[in-house]
Design a protein around this ligand. Sequence first.
Ligand SMILES: [Fe+2]
Length: 226
Amino acid sequence: MIVDMHSHILPGADHGSDSVESSVAMVKRALEAGVTAIHLSSHFYHHSDTVEDFLQRRQKAYDKLMAALDEDIKSKITFVLGAEVTLEVDLKDEPRLRELCIGETDNILIEMPNMKWTDWTFNALYDMSARHNVRPLIAHVDRYDEKQCKKLYEYGYNCQLNASAFRGLMSRHKAMKLLMEGNAHVIGSDVHGKEAKEYDNYEKALKCISPFKDELMEYAAELLGL
Ligand SMILES: [Fe+2]
């Protein structure tokens, strides 16, 4: 199984895809890149959305996509519903948080806030996990300052890398180091838009990780609950 752990493919569920046609093009490109399982991780923002509205929107988008895909494609790719949930100070107070987990698992893809992380950030992450009994999977750790991420690694959170990290020499070196030291665990395309260029990077990433690909993908499938 080849897992894309982070994607914005669902039509109209967030800014990732503006139409069913775009979404179908993205799925076809994923298949070409060798992907066989995709976490459909539309954005969820606690401050401006409700879980109920999100789940309804996501289901509608999913049904549209499934209706538009050929049976042949559907037989080759497993889709798992989830979300990319941005960490906010009061996210722990969301009573239906567990419904945003990946598939039927306790794993939840968390996007760290786009500002300097302080004690509140780590406390918010810990409180949310403890209160709802969920396991955070931290999205695209390659994007952030290494010093800031150190605490995440120390706490042993599961961490995801974006495939774009494997494009440049320096970032590739950093990404490989994170995987080999056990601080990052899975890879995602974070695909947005019908051209789905992120899958070019995903193909590169697969080549880079080839010596330990099976091991990584086995763990990725486990996080999806497959
Ligand atoms: Fe994303």
